[in-house]
Design a binder for this molecule. Structure first.
Ligand SMILES: *Cc1c(COP(=O)(O)O)cnc(C)c1O
Length: 353
């Protein structure tokens, strides 16, 4: 679809002037405009850009009751030359459609979304921070809009993409608890989808871990709690004997774009990578014999977040200081530089606006 088919209504009172980009808290400050579309009469239509504003809903709004809702998370950066840089945006839109299929939400054309996003970013370019750790976080999501509380897929949906200027997500390395009771995802379930309810379900176990002094959980498989899956909403990697190991993405492990990019960059740099089942026992044994040198999470919000220690039962296993973790520091630096248009890449990852 031509971008001229996107109806644009601009705000008459930009909030940009009052924003201190060094002080914004993650996910609390919203840019002036958003991209919208609606699904009704069997098709996605009315692609438009409007001022960021509230949405009024009926108490019978389908999503509020049954959570037929999915989202994505991506980022835009400003290159040193001031251009707007997107990182693998089509992978996010394609994954939105994978989540959509699982949640009975109609497919939405990824190319149209990319065009709409580009229009939006041209309008809100001034909202993309140029601070060293800054980025414009992009939040596309789709939710059911029927006013109906019978249980069946909604007949109407809305797509929204709003944006938030952000800084670093975690300031410090995180202390994580190996979860052996609760599960994030199970075979046949919806763990591979970015479905809203997955995050609601993770809150309680995470809160219990917080109460024990941990920042996050390491999720294990739902059957035996023997194999490591993810950490919080990040994919997890460990380095044992200089090999980067991460569990295979699939039904219960979300196919992270950062995960894929980190593995690719590691291989390009000549590091050995393995995507395979990783048991808690193996990680503990590697810690005891000194071959476990690193553990980190990967995700768009954080890029790479180091784990300072992991807890299992009553034991706490400390990891080496972050300053000694040369491999992951280099991976993070390279990936950040590519995403910010500072370093070029042979991979087809960058879309300039
Ligand atoms: C979004 C998400 C990730 C990270 O995916 P990226 O594409 O790297 O941002 C990992 N795990 C879960 C459960 C997620 O929701």
């Amino acid at each position: 679809m031509e971008s001229s088919n996107i109806n644009i209504v601009k705000t008459s009172s930009s909030r940009l002037k009052g924003i201190d980009f060094d002080a914004v808290e993650f996910g609390k400050v919203f840019s002036d405009h958003m991209l919208l579309a609606d699904y009704y009469d069997g098709k996605w239509q009315d692609f438009r850009i409007t001022p960021f504003e509230n949405i009024e809903v009926s108490p019978a709004f389908f999503t509020l009751h049954y959570g037929q809702s999915i989202f994505e998370g991506m980022k835009a950066h400003r290159s040193p030359e001031g251009e707007i840089v997107l990182f693998r945006p089509m992978d996010n839109f394609n994954r939105l459609n994978i989540s959509a299929e699982r949640m009975c939400i109609p497919q939405i054309d990824s190319n149209t979304l990319l065009e709409g996003l580009q229009e939006l970013l041209k309008i809100d370019k001034g909202w993309i921070p140029t601070t060293p750790d800054g980025a414009l976080y992009l939040r596309p999501f789709i939710f059911a809009t029927d006013e109906y509380i019978g249980v069946r897929p909604s007949l109407k949906y809305r797509f929204v993409l709003f944006t938030c200027p952000v800084n670093k997500y975690y300031e410090q390395p995180v202390k994580v608890k190996v979860e052996t009771k609760y599960a994030r995802a199970s075979e046949g379930g919806v763990g591979y989808a970015k479905a809203a309810g997955n995050y609601a379900a993770s809150l309680y176990p995470t809160q219990l871990a917080n109460d024990e002094g941990f920042d996050q959980i390491i999720w294990t498989d739902s059957k035996e709690h023997k194999y490591i899956e993810e950490s919080g909403t990040m994919n997890l990697m460990v380095i044992i004997n200089d090999t980067i190991i991460t569990p295979p993405s699939g039904e219960t492990i979300l196919k992270g774009i950062t995960r894929d990019s980190v593995l690719q960059i590691a291989q390009d740099l000549g590091y050995k990578t393995e995507e395979r089942k990783l048991s808690v026992d193996e990680v503990v044994a590697a810690h005891r014999n000194g071959s476990l040198t690193d553990m980190f999470g990967t995700g768009t919000a954080v890029t790479i977040t180091h784990v300072s220690a992991f807890g299992l039962g009553t034991e706490l296993f400390e990891l080496p200081p972050v300053t000694e973790r040369h491999i992951s520091i280099q991976l993070k630096k390279d990936l950040e530089a590519i995403k910010r248009g500072v370093k070029s890449t042979d991979h087809d990852w960058i879309v300039m606006v």
